[in-house]
Design a binder for this molecule. Structure first.
Ligand SMILES: [Zn+2]
Ligand SMILES: [Zn+2]
Length: 640
């Protein structure tokens, strides 16, 4: 296919500008076409058809593919897509190849469906469209098999690059030319992933670059025997791979795995205004969790300040890509969002990160210092660490994140908080009977003005204190205000926790758990009768039947118990009122439960002193009961 002058100028002019500004020159097509329009790209399609040896001929249209293979740039595709290098500006050929493959696969399968449905004209149109995608794919695939397109050192070697391509182009003017460069293979294999195949093709061609380039420099106007030999190896690889690709589409195989996740991070979360070395790092993994190489990622930066700029990058073998550069002078501690976006086969995945400029801090402890309010606590007391953040003018830095690492011997705990209007951030932890008697060091970290600052505080637990009885109890209850109730519940044998050493005080109480709590608390007898149809798989099955036999529950309707349903405060009122046989009362205690069908039970519970509601005059009937609250209810119910 020959270009019209207008399409040439439309494409070439922006390219010249782009090349002059930031890119080394890369020709639009690797192999030059003759006056008849037949180029090495067409020659490779013809060689692939020979390798296929009749396979895929029921749908693959080589004439359509040849036409597309010369000139994908009429789509306005810029030159960076025709290369795939080892380092630096990698190029997007692998991305284009995987995208055209996915499109070809989809169109081929639509063609097959139309053919089965007896719609011959639709089938033919889809197969032609699939062949066109393969032609485009073939262009980029052949490009990266040219070492000048796959090796970083090929950048800037335009003269040798074009001389070499012209020498090869002159000798591939029809399908039968250069039989010694044509593949003799007549078998095909399915590929496992087009992304992997394309990356491997670029790596293969790259190995020939140093030798080929020195040969071209030495013989710029004539192919030597060794240049011819290398060219043959590359062109045979192109034809064999292309045949495998076409065959794999027939077999419905080889589509690259879609994007699983795209994560983004920044070098400086809190950079100084006009930071010259900010970085944005993106990592892409596929749906199997493997790094995705050669993926095009669009990073939208909050630059210039108040606006956005989108840059295009391509991931490396670790699935990583980056943008690095100078940022502007956005207002201090105002979040500037960064979005990374990648699309494969029509599906877009995004990742987010941000930065906020912040001031440079005063030096030493004037800028960042930390201290504890209680350096010699006993068990049962809290230690609060505070950190002050001030800029070079001594002003409080407000709303910046401070991180603390508390080292209890080899065990470390992390906490974090934002500074308040005084520039002070605080975090507290309980000292328990399991806290070490050795010095506990608290390392504080803050980032501000493109700098990391550290300070330190410490405390040492003293003998004595109130929480000695908790030794050996659950590890996750020390910060719960229900910890006394939980310990009581465990000592009474009513709970064994949610795992070997945890109680999960903030977790919800499910109806099946409630059954076990009540059966143990009220010592209800077991029952041989099976009351419900939906609790056979529950490990609380026996408790549920015991609860039903005692008349405390009649289930959630229709012979069901709803074992995994969450217990609300109003339901709990009914369970406890029935379980404890609490007497009814005439008094109405709360204003927010009048419409509840558990109204009488709620008032009975209040009259017994087991609940005082969730605030002045309120019971919060529909709120879910936590396991910590459940411990408190049961303790009050059983120790009245
Ligand atoms: Zn090209
Ligand atoms: Zn080229």
């Amino acid at each position: 296919m020959t270009r019209t002058p207008s399409s040439v100028s439309r494409i070439i002019l922006p390219l010249i500008v782009a090349v002059a500004l930031l890119l080394p020159a890369v020709p639009v097509a690797a192999w030059t076409a003759s006056a008849t329009g037949y180029s090495t790209h067409d020659w490779i399609v013809d060689q692939a058809v020979k390798v296929l040896d009749g396979r895929a001929s029921d749908w693959f249209n080589a004439a359509v593919a040849r036409e597309a293979s010369d000139d994908p740039d009429t789509d306005g595709v810029p030159d960076i897509y025709h290369v795939y290098r080892d380092v630096g500006k990698r190029g997007g050929a692998v991305h284009r190849i995987t995208e055209h493959y996915a499109a070809a696969m989809r169109l081929y399968q639509e063609g097959v469906a139309a053919r089965s449905a007896g719609n011959a004209s639709t089938a033919s149109a889809r197969f032609q469209a699939a062949s066109r995608e393969i032609g485009w794919l073939s262009h980029y695939y052949t490009d990266i098999l040219v070492p000048y397109h796959s090796h970083y050192d090929g950048i800037g070697q335009d003269t040798a690059h074009h001389q070499y391509e012209a020498l090869v182009g002159q000798q591939t003017r029809k399908a039968g030319d250069r039989p010694d460069w044509s593949s003799s293979r007549r078998s095909v294999a399915t590929i496992s992933s087009i992304r992997t195949s394309a990356i491997a093709a670029a790596a293969h061609s790259r190995t020939f670059y140093p030798e080929l380039h020195s040969l071209v420099l030495a013989s710029p106007t004539k192919l030597t025997a060794r240049m011819s030999e290398i060219t043959g190896l590359l062109l045979v690889r192109s034809a064999n791979d292309l045949a495998d690709i076409i065959w794999s589409i027939s077999a419905g195989k080889g589509n690259a795995a879609p994007i699983g996740s795209l994560s983004a991070s920044v070098k400086w979360t809190y950079p100084v205004k006009n930071e010259p070395w900010q970085g944005v790092f993106v990592t892409a993994t596929d749906t199997a969790g493997r790094p995705m190489e050669g993926l095009e990622v669009l990073i939208t930066l909050p630059l210039p300040v108040g606006s956005t700029t989108t840059v295009k990058v391509f991931t490396d073998p670790k699935g990583q890509a980056k943008w690095a550069g100078q940022i502007g002078a956005s207002a201090h501690l105002v979040r500037q969002d960064v979005t990374a976006r990648a699309t494969t086969d029509g599906r877009t995945v995004t990742g987010m990160t941000w930065w906020a400029t912040s001031p440079v801090l005063a030096s030493g402890s004037d800028g960042f210092r930390s201290w504890v309010d209680n350096a010699t606590p006993v068990a049962g007391e809290y230690v609060t660490v505070r950190s002050t953040v001030r800029d070079t003018a001594g002003r409080a830095v407000v709303g910046i994140r401070v991180n603390w690492t508390w080292s209890y011997g080899a065990t470390k705990q992390s906490t974090t908080a934002l500074t308040n209007s005084q520039g002070v951030a605080a975090s507290k932890r309980l000292v328990s009977s399991s806290t070490t008697f050795d010095t506990v060091v608290i390392d504080a970290h803050v980032q501000s003005g493109s700098g990391n600052r550290y300070s330190r505080a410490a405390f040492q637990r003293q003998p004595g204190g109130t929480s000695e009885p908790y030794k050996g109890w659950f590890t996750d209850i020390w910060d719960s205000k229900f910890r006394d109730d939980i310990v009581w519940l465990a000592e009474a044998g009513i709970t064994v926790g949610c795992s070997a050493d945890r109680y999960c005080p903030d977790g919800p109480v499910t109806r099946e758990q409630m059954a076990t709590f009540l059966v143990r608390a009220l010592k209800l007898p077991s029952s041989s009768k099976d009351f419900f149809t939906d609790d056979g798989a529950s490990k609380h099955h026996a408790s549920i039947n015991a609860l039903a036999a005692s008349g405390i529950t009649s289930g959630c309707g229709d012979r069901k118990f709803c074992p995994s349903g969450r217990v609300t405060r109003e339901q709990m009122a009914s369970f406890l009122t029935r379980g404890l046989s609490l007497p009814p009362t005439q008094r109405n205690y709360f204003s927010d439960d009048d419409s509840s069908r558990h109204h009488a039970a709620i008032n009975a519970l209040a009259a017994s002193g087991i609940t005082s509601g969730c605030g002045t005059d309120r019971f919060c009937p529909r709120t879910t009961v936590t396991r910590g609250q459940m411990a408190a209810f049961l303790r009050r119910a059983l120790t009245r």
